[in-house]
Design a protein around this ligand. Sequence first.
Ligand code: PLP
Length: 374
Amino acid sequence: MIFADRVLGVKPSATFKYDAAAKKPGVINLTIGRPDFDTPQVIKEAAKKALDEGRVHYTPSKGIPELRKAIAEKLEGENNITNLDRDKILVSGGGKQIIYCIIMALAGKGDVVAIPNPAWVSYEAQIKLANAEVEWLTLKPEEGFIPGEDFMNELEETNAKLLILNSPGNPTGAVIPERTIKKIMDVCVERDIFVISDEVYEKIIYEGKHYSPASEYENVITVNAFSKTYSMTGWRLGYCACADRAIIDRIDIVHQQSLSCCTSFAQYGALAAFSDEAKLAAEQMCEELKSRRDYVMKRIGEMDVVCAKPGGAFYVFPYFNGADDLELADELLEKGVGVVPGSAFGSQGRGCVRISYGSANIDLLSQAFDRIIR
Ligand SMILES: Cc1ncc(COP(=O)(O)O)c(C=O)c1O
């Protein structure tokens, strides 16, 4: 078989690869990008009820109207994004599928898409699948991977059409302060750059306050998902929102022609994510994750690494000065701890490893750090 050019330059997901390698007896798997909590019961019951009521058919491609209405209200109430209605919302198969549809709709041959370096592995792959070009904007370990002078200078020079922002961020856990996001947005407005704001970790935040740029800027598509907040990674539900309905309608064409619509009963389940019961469960999960983060930072303090305290998500991204991160990840796997090498996330991740505490309790983390430190 001669494969299409678009797929030849794209590697399989490094996080899936290292996760598979860490699934060995005796290995503590800290590669996993998901929380180890169950989906709140109220959401599961709502999905079961929808199944029992025979809600098993295609839904409108953008998503069931009730869910899109609830998302528009959430974005207005919690994120101060006031220029939306349900037609400006699109529900698709997880944050990943939404970002893929956006990139396919907005970027193509000759277009440049700027992403932070390091960044979540799928941005680069998806941009390449769209035949567009990636431009990396430098983040630095010593700045806690928050956009600094280098990032801003590179942004001011870029001829990118799109920029992807991600706060709280994967793989670093960094929460970008509101003032920094505004500085970035001002440059983007001036240079006519459209922004994809990936906010899938918005509710997993320990310090600082989440800021959605779409609350003040029009040139933004906001991306979110039910996956991380409600531990629904297997449900495959995410969404995007934009003040410009014509943009959503174009993205919907990619979504319609590839997926038609999301799983019907999963969408009815997701409606219950806006209940008080589900919100409480999400807050409790975040509290537990914060205890894990604090424990992890205490143990990281015992090592000679550069690692700013991450304000959100469930990752730490320590920098081991002078280390080869691929060798380090292999060596740690041999010693019984699975991590993802930092260079999988971009060249600025060299010398780092991504440690996820989303799926390991403090007891397991304690054993894992004993091995890492040894
Ligand atoms: C930054 C970021 N964006 C988007 C996603 C996609 O999430 P999902 O497709 O599971 O909703 C992930 C998953 O790891 C992520 O880390």
